[in-house]
Ligand binder design. Structure first.
Ligand SMILES: Nc1ncnc2c1ncn2[C@@H]1O[C@H](COP(=O)(O)OP(=O)(O)OP(=O)(O)O)[C@@H](O)[C@H]1O
Ligand SMILES: Nc1nc2c(ncn2[C@@H]2O[C@H](COP(=O)(O)O)[C@@H](O)[C@H]2O)c(=O)[nH]1
Length: 207
């Protein structure tokens, strides 16, 4: 059996649509290649350039419902008219194997994960301002006017849930946000005494 100290960290990254979660995760893949990323299932249509199994597992509503019935999702939520959910087995297998995994998910889902994994690390990505959030989502050019309106209309409610998270990281510059997240992960490893045994043996040597 894997002890808690041998398990990987479950890291949840949330934040309003357009804040830059995907952009930060893409850069983190380069800066911290040891991190594993959970690929979600969704009923929304693929955007141009999105690939099945890389960005999402794209499902029909019926397929998504079957995943719920078969209890294959760790959490799921409806977000502005579509369903999104985290496949359970990949998350469990990854943390049991001692690897850290990041779930990039919205706030309702994050709160469900928190009930099941209170030991998880919950990080909220903040925009520098609401004006900048709007600019980012508009300039991304992927959403209809309706979708932009819907996404921005839930952003304030999402930001109000910040108090349920362990950390707030401002995404002013992508590199800086990544460095902050990397520091959080390192600190969490230290807290869980992954580095402490090494420090202990060093202390014994110098005594
Ligand atoms: N620090 C930043 N400064 C300026 N622009 C940024 C920054 N981070 C991301 N962006 C831009 O903002 C837009 C939204 O970013 P991204 O798609 O990563 O957001 P998201 O939070 O993943 O959104 P969603 O939840 O809708 O998937 C993109 O066009 C991206 O290039
Ligand atoms: N609760 C969950 N939310 C998820 C999951 N995968 C992604 N998301 C979040 O949905 C919104 C919209 O995503 P988009 O790709 O349509 O822009 C965003 O906040 C994602 O983080 C999931 O598995 N569960």
């Amino acid at each position: 059996m894997t002890s808690n100290a041998d398990k990987g960290l479950l890291i949840v990254l949330s934040g309003p649509s357009g804040v830059g979660k995907g952009t930060v995760c893409s850069m983190l893949r380069k800066l911290a290649p040891e991190l594993v990323y959970s690929v979600s299932a969704t009923t929304r249509y693929p955007r141009a350039g999105e690939t099945e199994g890389i960005n999402y597992f794209f499902k029909s509503k019926e397929q998504f419902r079957s995943m719920i019935e078969r209890d294959e999702l760790l959490e799921y939520a409806e977000y502005v008219g579509n369903y999104y959910g985290t496949p359970r087995s990949f998350v469990n297998e990854t943390i049991q194997a001692g690897k850290d995994i990041i779930l990039e998910i919205e706030v309702q889902g994050a709160m469900k994960v928190k009930e099941r994994f209170p030991e998880g690390v919950f990080v909220f990505l903040m925009p520098p301002s609401l004006g900048e959030l709007k600019n980012r989502i508009v300039n991304r050019g992927t959403e209809t006017d309706d979708s932009i309106r819907n996404r921005l209309s839930v952003a304030a409610d999402e930001i109000r849930l910040l108090e349920h998270y362990d950390y707030a990281v401002v995404n002013d510059r992508v590199e800086m946000a990544c460095e902050r997240i990397k520091s959080i992960i390192t600190a969490e490893h230290c807290k869980r005494e992954r580095i402490l045994p090494y420090v202990k043996s060093l202390l014994e040597e110098v005594r």
